[in-house]
Write a protein that binds this ligand. Structure first.
Ligand code: DX5
Ligand code: ZN
Length: 220
């Protein structure tokens, strides 16, 4: 049976109370904290860096999943590993040497993954599957929370699932962007096992009610 993981994105949290927000969302049933890093260069928005990751680290025991939307990627990787990241993913277009960046993440003791924008082909996986611990399929264009789910992402999730099954490796398949209570089941049916949700969770007063409702949908 598939283990499903809910990964709230702190992008929609109250940054003035971030420690409390991550504690609350984990107490409400979150399995992973999704940490969106934007640089106002690779994407048109600016968020947070390793200092903030380090600041929330003592507040939660669950893995912190750092989604790098930055270019270049390599020089920030060791800083996030030191700040307590457990998983680090990056966009292949943002790295000049994808194999090297993946290896750098692993050499720093983290799990490594690639992120695919709606128009980025999965062929970037062809020669690096042995260095991948997570595949992240974007179901919006990166840069902002609160956008609508792009339905074509479902085909991409299904293709990524086929590649993972063929590899025989233990690789998480995460989907990010526009995930809500009413579409999480479709993403799971396509093959996703890890679900990022920002505005759907932090936009509601009762985080546990949303996470419970998502899990209910995942029971099929
Ligand atoms: C978008 C980010 C997402 C974002 C998701 O670039 O990578 O993680 O926070 O937010 P929602 O769930 O609101 O689409
Ligand atoms: Zn993200």
């Amino acid at each position: 049976m598939t283990t499903f993981r809910i990964a709230p994105s702190i992008l929609s949290a109250d940054f003035a109370r971030l420690g409390e927000e991550v504690r609350n969302v984990v107490a409400s049933g979150a399995d992973i904290i999704h940490f969106d890093v934007m640089d106002n260069h690779y994407v048109p928005n600016l968020t947070v860096g390793p200092l903030v990751c380090q600041a929330i680290r003592p507040h939660v025991q669950v893995p912190i999943d750092v989604h790098l939307m930055v270019k270049p990627v390599d020089r920030i990787i060791p800083d996030f590993a030191k700040a307590g990241a457990n998983i680090i993913t990056f966009h292949p277009e943002a790295s000049d040497h994808i194999d090297r960046s993946l290896q750098l993440i692993r050499d720093n003791g983290c799990k490594a993954g690639l992120v695919f924008n709606p128009a980025t082909p999965l062929s970037y996986l062809d020669h690096v599957m042995d260095k991948i611990d997570m595949i992240l399929i974007m179901s919006v264009n990166p840069g902002f929370g609160g956008q609508s789910f792009i339905p074509r992402a479902l085909d991409k999730i299904a293709e990524a699932r086929r590649r993972i099954d063929e590899s025989g490796r233990d690789i998480l398949l995460e989907v990010d962007g526009g995930i809500k209570i009413d579409n999480i089941a479709a993403a799971a049916k396509a093959g996703a096992d890890t679900f990022v949700a920002g505005s759907a969770i932090f936009g509601q007063p009762d985080y546990k009610a949303v996470i419970d409702a998502m899990r209910e949908q995942l029971k099929g």
